[in-house]
Design a protein around this ligand. Sequence first.
Ligand code: ZN
Length: 430
Amino acid sequence: MSTPARFDRGHTDDLISFLGASPSPYHAVANAAARLEKAGFRQVAETDAWDGTSGGKYVLRGGAIVAWYVPEGATAATPFRIVGAHTDSPNLRVKPVPDTGSYGWRQVAVEIYGGTLLNTWLDRDLGLSGRLTLRGGEQRLVHVDRPLLRVPQLAVHLDRSVNVDGLKLDKQRHLTPLWGIGGVREGDLIDFVAGEAGVAADEVTGWDLMVHSVEPPAYLGRDRELLAGPRLDNLLSVHAETAALAAVAARGDLPYVPVFAAFDHEENGSQSDTGADGPLLGTVLERSVFARGGGYEDRARAFAGTVCFSSDTGHAVHPNYAERHEPGHHPMPNGGPILKVNVNQRYATDGGGRAVFAEACERAGVPWQTFVSHNSVPCGTTIGPITAARHGISTVDIGVAILSMHSARELCGADDPFLLANVLAAFLEG
Ligand code: ZN
């Protein structure tokens, strides 16, 4: 394997911190923004008038972030180079009337978010995080990172056939976490969370709360060559893209305007004001063109020359279920980033995109692999095809091969995150 140019295990160590500090999409974008601030980027408000000055800027909206760096000498028609990802992960989210329970147990009512691998939430020590909206509209992040909740699995003695017939979980009845003993009291959970956030409960007028495993990410394996942790799908990409943008911005003179865009709500189809199927990315790119004095012609020229790498996780070959994978395509952890192909446009990659990816890997000195689905196993999708279709931007789907996708605790190669970051930086540099 070639020696990566810039990022090494220090990158993966920082990813471990990022994962642990980002239990919700809101935390993920705040932590990405903090890293960009350190690299000299400044937040701009969507409600302000924008100027066309050079330098790094970013917009935050809920669980989404778009950041871009305008190099000295960029014209209004200078094309963009975009790296995209998503900030959300499948999990359990708190229902509007959270306080429930029975038979003397205190419980929290939850709704299933995205394509959760339900069994992986059983018998884990769970914390709670998200954001509170206060009277007047101010929003406050909250992160209770201690064992607070648990979805206990039924004992084998009360479910004798579970190991033969498989575990069957009813989403409504079987996944309600308990968080103590005692009677159900209306307002109990929000009172508690407000206290944790240091605000008065009657100041809290809205909330978006979700549960997370409190077990920290960890290196794993004989030679610690693997990384086990929550939300690798897709905070691994969010983190790598943040690092790549910060690295290329430090270089300054660039032939393109590099952009990092991370969206919420990918796990349920991306249709929201912070999802990839909303106008956020297109609006930011257009405003950037117009702020540099451009008109519609410049916008069209810039978009036509733009390429996007959409990075998300893919499936590494599972040693116990190899028959589920395409026999000629077996991505391995630490084999380098994967190029994701699906001719039915579940991924946006085509031959031209393959060439751009191969060239970026070559310049970064990073090996790469390809992923394609077994014909009898339906292919997943990501923000790539949506970005391509919505904005008319040439898009390449790439990512990192992992095991246990959508589990509460996933597994990847410990070297792949920094190999990905190197390829992203090489691509953004043009
Ligand atoms: Zn994903």
